[in-house]
Design a protein around this ligand. Sequence first.
Ligand code: SF4
Length: 509
Amino acid sequence: MIIIKLLILSIKSISIRKFNLKLEKMTDIDILFIHPPRNFEHLVDNMKKRSSFLLMPMGLFSMADLLDRNGYNSKIVNYSLEKTLHPKFSILKFIKKDHPKVIGVDLHWVQHSAGALDLLKIIKRNFPSVFTLLGGFTASYYAKEIMQKYKFIDGIIQGEAELPIIELLNNIKHLEKVPNLIYRKNQKIYDNGINYILDDLDQLNFTNVDYLVHWKEYIKYINKVMHTPWPLEIARGCQFNCVNCGGSFHSCKIITRRNRVIFRSPERVVDDIRRLVEKTGYNGVFYGHGVYRATEKYFMKIHEKLRDEKIRIHSDLEIWRLPISDTFFRDYFKTYDVEESMIWFSVRSFSENYRKKFHTRFGELDKSFDFTNDDLNKLINKMDKYNIPLRLFWDVGNPFENKIDFLKNYLYALKLVFKNISKYKKLSMWSEPIIISPGCAIELKNETFGIQMTTKTFEDYVRLNRESEMKIAPLDVGVNFRTSTLSKATIDIFNKLMFFINLISVITV
Ligand code: SF4
């Protein structure tokens, strides 16, 4: 309630101040959000490939929309997309034209660390009076290190940013009033701490595409290049603790101070989907929260509304924990254009023995390995029954996984692919080399998991991102760790071997 009251008070005060600002200069924008490339070193080689990392955090759209409703204007520019569309694109010319007061670069995923830094460096050099801002999980986790090492960054919004971004524009001369901000003043760093956490997702809209320059092309390229429908935020936080995920329950508690998961109402989710379809003509979403027993009913309410309103779309959805009921899949099948949809499940390892070993050791923290091959086969059969494409994620380099575990993992995957090639054409597999992300359980407690990481600081991640070319990803991507049982080189070789199974499974569907 206090946050809502603060928000209402700030809305009232903004409108007066905003009116004065508009009188000063009608063409300026208040804030320009730029989605950075992964890095500048290999940008040209990565164009039109998955490694261009075109995908943007879902919250950029809701923040631009919220700012608008609070009297501030903003734009979003996706740097890699602009370069893809116009190789001569100059961000400096773009900024000169729009003259923003604040430039915010998202640094959510650590893969963007080099690109985000280089972008803000060049911006600060050319526009010293613009307030340079970072935000997102990675920026929040490494906020102090980033502020100390990179003087061209004026501030970082740590944790969740909805109210802080409005307060930043309200109080650009009184930064001490901005929640969650760490900032630089007279060459000193001040930290306001993290005291804001969003408590109501229903006030946000995630499909107002107009704020993004070239949104039509964005939709086209995330489909074509990233193979992703429109990502839609439906909840915030996660109740699970996958040990190498920086968005887990424990990680969120550390990075954003969030200690509970909040959901949007099914009505508001459907509002967003309706708006997306009507505005863009595009009819696919990737739900930003997975299905597990506790969310089945929630999704089924969304489905019911979609059917009532005769909104026919396709959807990508992750299973976050098995088992999922037959009732749910029947409902999914009735609602979506399943030919175009996909269900994803992270098996991690097909070796039942390894999963038992992991679960015995770490099951208290992370129950994601708590299923049998029988459970997995039941899932495959259900997908077969409803004709829904299923993609299984697997990986290598998990804690205490040895060469025998890998061999069993590999042979089972091979068996599954060949068994299903003839019978069930919609089963495919994918794997990516694991990059242990900031703030996850393994990164926080390396020794417990028998892992030695090659990236310890933010600077290490920046170096890693500059060095990795990703010309033929994932074949030329190395992991950032070794385990007590597998060297880094061995894990890298195993990842390459897995790629061939992935390839066979994908080209045969
Ligand atoms: S990977 Fe695991 S911890 Fe991370 S968001 Fe998904 S289910 Fe939650």
